[in-house]
Every structure is written in C-alpha cells, then in structure tokens.
Design a protein around this ligand. Structure first.
Ligand SMILES: CC(C)(COP(=O)(O)OP(=O)(O)OC[C@H]1O[C@@H](n2cnc3c(N)ncnc32)[C@H](O)[C@@H]1OP(=O)(O)O)[C@@H](O)C(=O)NCCC(=O)NCCS
Length: 213
C-alpha cells in the first residue's frame, strides 16, 4: 500500500522507498540518533536498505513509514506507525531526523498530519509513543505534540541483548464529533458492547485537543 502524501510549509511526507537508503543511513548509521531506537545502528547503507525493505514489505495494517524530504528533495528524516491493532484501535509512533537537521522544528511540523491521519483514516482511538526516560528531545517533542505520560514499561525493549525500559505516552484524542458515526457503530458491534455503553466509555476517555493544523 502506498501511504498518502502530506505537504507542510517546508516539507513533504511520502512512502519510504529503496531510494532513501543513503538518506536514512545518515540517521540509522549514527550512534547518537540510534541511542534510543529499538534497533542498533546500521553497519552500512546496505543494512539500512534492508531495513527499509522490511518496512516497505510489512503489512500496512500493522506498519507504515513515511520519508520526510525538503522541497529541494533532500531526505531529512522518517516517521512511522507500528503495532497498529485495528480491533483495539491503537498504534504507536516512531520518529527520527538526521542529526544535521535536529532542533529545526522539522518533526514538530510533520507529526501533526500523521497523527491526524491515524485518528481519522486509520480510525485509531489511541496513539502511543514509547520513549526511554533519557531521551529528552523525544520526550519534549511528544509533550509539544500533546502526548501525556502514562507510566513505565519496564524492560520493554531488548536491543543488542540489552533490556531497556520506556515511558509510555499517549497522544491526544480527537473530539467525539471528529469520529465518524458509522465507524463508531461498526466498532460497537465488533466489540460486542452495547452502543450506549461504548459511547459512554468513549466520552469518558476523550480529552479536548488543540485543533490540528
Ligand atoms: C526526537 C527527534 C525526532 C526530534 O526531531 P526534531 O526535528 O529535532 O524536533 P523539533 O526540532 O521539532 O523539536 C521539538 C521539541 O523537542 C525538543 N527538542 C528537540 N531536540 C532537542 C534537543 N536536542 N535537546 C532538548 N530538547 C530538544 C524541544 O522541546 C523542541 O521544541 P523547541 O525547539 O520549541 O524547544 C530527533 O531528536 C531525533 O531524531 N532523535 C533521535 C531518534 C529518536 O530518539 N527517536 C525517538 C525514539 S522513541
């Protein structure tokens, strides 16, 4: 499946492809950028290319990855959803920017349309970001995007034989009127919950978000 293309003032998001291997390797091959990623750094460009291939071949219901590029076509990062559970209507986000472009507001700019896509087109109710406590930049980014901290998943990651804990963060939830009634009805039936009970649970769990750009 090809992911939708998003345009932001400075950037374009599109499905990642084999052509992005050298660009992504600026991040995947960098020890600092990969310090808190759920994979060790790539050894070389071919290994990054192999990781892109696995990503592109993953079931799009479970995983999707966008390349982020400037208007001039330079690869500057990637953002993905993973662990998408359609029945439970939740997924997790992962984000990475090439180190030479850190702290220029790039991820702040591209994450909102992806978050909006997840809530509307993928119809999830819950978006998670699983971030190691030491990963200050990612924690601050998540806070800026409206994520709230929910707790710690101990030894959640095992990277190169080492276990790591992550803090679980939850993205903001759209207002009730943003969720299509038909989708809610299908979900009610699928979960076997009485619609009124499901609606009640839904209302209890939403928080009023700032409007997405
Ligand atoms: C996390 C990451 C994607 C942020 O991307 P970015 O484009 O640099 O982020 P932004 O410039 O949009 O910054 C958003 C906010 O994050 C915080 N932040 C970003 N980089 C920071 C840094 N080096 N130090 C402290 N805070 C930082 C700031 O609060 C910033 O907002 P501000 O500039 O208004 O203060 C990037 O640092 C990265 O690729 N890290 C390595 C990969 C990674 O760890 N991914 C997450 C795995 S869970």
């Amino acid at each position: 499946m090809t992911l939708p293309v998003f345009e932001t003032p400075r950037l374009t998001l599109r499905s990642i492809s084999a052509h992005d291997a050298e660009g992504l390797h600026e991040a995947y091959g960098d020890t600092d950028a990969m310090r808190h990623w759920d994979l060790p750094p790539s050894r070389d460009v071919p290994q990054t290319a192999e990781r892109i291939r696995m990503s592109a071949e993953a079931d799009p219901r479970w995983h999707g990855m966008w390349a982020i590029q400037t208007q001039a076509g330079r690869f500057v990062g990637a953002i993905n959803y993973h662990a998408h559970n359609e029945q439970q209507r939740r997924l997790a986000l992962g984000w990475i920017v090439v180190p030479s472009c850190w702290r220029q507001g790039l991820m702040t700019e591209v994450a909102p349309p992806v978050i909006s896509h997840c809530f509307t087109r993928l119809n999830v109710h819950r978006i998670e970001a699983r971030i190691e406590p030491e990963n200050l930049s990612s924690r601050r980014l998540a806070a800026k995007l409206g994520f709230t901290e929910e707790g710690t998943l101990r030894d959640w990651l095992c990277v190169a034989g080492e276990f790591r804990s992550v803090a679980l963060r939850r993205g903001r939830v759209p207002q009730r009127r943003d969720v299509q009634p038909a989708a809610r009805g299908v979900d009610d039936a699928a979960r076997g919950a009485a619609p009124s009970e499901r609606r009640h649970l839904h209302v209890l769990s939403v928080r009023r978000p700032a409007p997405l750009p």
